[in-house]
Design a protein around this ligand. Structure first.
Ligand code: SAH
Length: 346
C-alpha cells in the first residue's frame, strides 16, 4: 500500500491506530506530497515513528524509463515504471497559461475505441490514487517546472476507475499537497452515463470533457463500442443533467477522421443535437495510429466543420497538436516500449 493513496482523513485514522496524536497526519501528508524518498527526511517526526512507517509502508518512487523531449515545442513525454513493472505515460505540455500534465488513469483500457492506441492490448489494471498523483508530482520534480494544470486524458478511462480517481482529485487539490485548483483540472470520458451522473452529484468545479467523435449513433457505434451501451441521446441527456447540477460548461472532444465524421452535414447534425446545451468543441485532427487504417481529415474539412459549428453558436477550437515528433499521443509510447525487445529485457 502506497501512503500517497490515502486521503488526509484515512491517514489520520491509520496514524491513530499506531498510537499517534491527531496533528501527525498533517505532518506526514505534507512530507509525502513533497515527494520525499525516505522517511528519514521527515525530520519533525520521532525516529521510532519513522522506523515504524518505513517498516510497514515502504515508499515507492516511480522510475522514468523513457523521457522524450520534443525539439519543436518543449513537450516532454515520460514513461513511468510502476512498482509492479507496468508502465504508464505522462505528457508535460507548456502552454502560455501554465504547465499542464496529461496523466494516465489505467494501465491499458477496455473501451475499445477504433482510433486509439491505448486500448489495443485491453485493460491490464486500474491505477491506484498514488499512481496518478505520482505522475504529477514526479513530473514536476523531474522537470523542475511547477505544474498548474492537469488533464485526465492519458491512457485509460477515468470514470472506469471512479473511486480511485476521486481520491486522487481530493489529494492533488489539498492545500497541504500539490494544491492544484479543481478549475485547472479536466477529466475526459468516452461517455459512461451512470458515472457522469455520479460525478455530477459531487459538484466538483473541474471541467468535464466528453469524447463525442460522431454526429449520430450509426457513426459512433462503428468507432466507439461504448455507444452501444450508452447511445448518444442518453449521453447528451446526461451532459444536460451534468450542466444543471454543476453550472459547468461541458467540453466536447471531436477527433476529425477523414470520410467518417467530418462532413458539413455531420456538423449540422451536431448543432441540432446540442441545442440549448452550453458547450465547447475541441476539434482534433486524428493522430495516426499504425495499427489503424483511419486517417486525419484535411485542413479544409476541419476549417469548414469549425465554421459551421461557430456559425450555429457553438464555440469550436482546432486543437494544436504538440509533441508530434515524440509519439506524444495516447498510448503510443507505452505500446512501442512493450513491443521492443529492449522493453522486455529491462
Ligand atoms: N478514456 C478517456 C480519456 C483518454 S483519451 C476518453 O475517452 O475521453 C483522451 C482523448 O484522446 C479522447 O478524446 C480520445 O478519444 C482521444 N484520442 C484517442 N486516440 C486518438 C487519436 N488517435 N487521435 C486523436 N484523438 C485520440
Amino acid at each position: 500500500m502506497n501512503l500517497r493513496s490515502l486521503t488526509l482523513a484515512e491517514l489520520a485514522d491509520l496514524l491513530k491506530t499506531m498510537g499517534q496524536p491527531a496533528f501527525r497526519a498533517k505532518q506526514v501528508f505534507t512530507w509525502l506530497h513533497r515527494g520525499i524518498r525516505s522517511f528519514d527526511e521527515m525530520t519533525d517526526l520521532p525516529k521510532t515513528l519513522r522506523a515504524a512507517l518505513a517498516e510497514e509502508y515502504p515508499l515507492y518512487t516511480p522510475q522514468a524509463v523513457r523521457r522524450q523531449e520534443s525539439a519543436r515545442d518543449g513537450t516532454v513525454k515520460y514513461l513511468w515504471r510502476l512498482s509492479d513493472g507496468n508502465c504508464v505515460e505522462t505528457v508535460l505540455m507548456r502552454y502560455h497559461y501554465g504547465n499542464t500534465v496529461c496523466i494516465s488513469t489505467e494501465v491499458g483500457c477496455r473501451m475499445g475505441c477504433a482510433f486509439c492506441a491505448s486500448t489495443l492490448g485491453g485493460l491490464v489494471r486500474r491505477l491506484e490514487p498514488a499512481e496518478m498523483l505520482d505522475q504529477v508530482l514526479f513530473t514536476q520534480l523531474d522537470s523542475g517546472l511547477p505544474i498548474s494544470h492537469i488533464v485526465l486524458m492519458g491512457i485509460g478511462e477515468p470514470l472506469d476507475n471512479f473511486d480511485n480517481v476521486l481520491k486522487f482529485l481530493e489529494n492533488v487539490n489539498s492545500p497541504l499537497g500539490l494544491n492544484i485548483s479543481m478549475r485547472h483540472i479536466s477529466l475526459s470520458t468516452c461517455g459512461l452515463v451512470p458515472k457522469i451522473d455520479a460525478l455530477a452529484e459531487k459538484k466538483l468545479q473541474l471541467t468535464l470533457s466528453v469524447s463525442l467523435h460522431a454526429p449520430n449513433n450509426s457513426v459512433r457505434d462503428t468507432i466507439m463500442p461504448v455507444n452501444r451501451a450508452y447511445p448518444m441521446e442518453e449521453l447528451i441527456a446526461a451532459c444536460r443533467r451534468y450542466y444543471q447540477a454543476t453550472s459547468r460548461r461541458i467540453s466536447f472532444e471531436y477527433a476529425m477522421i477523414d470520410g467518417v465524421n467530418d462532413t458539413p452535414a455531420a456538423a449540422r447534425e451536431l448543432l441540432e443535437k446540442m441545442r440549448g446545451l452550453p458547450a465547447h468543441f475541441n476539434l482534433i485532427p486524428l493522430n495516426r495510429v499504425e495499427e489503424s487504417p483511419l486517417k486525419p481529415s484535411s485542413r479544409a474539412a476541419v476549417a469548414e466543420f469549425q465554421r459551421i459549428l461557430e456559425q450555429g453558436g457553438i464555440p469550436a477550437t482546432v486543437r494544436r497538436t504538440l509533441g508530434g515528433d515524440i509519439d506524444a499521443s495516447c498510448g503510443q509510447l507505452r505500446r512501442k516500449y512493450n513491443q521492443s525487445a529492449k522493453g522486455r529485457e529491462e
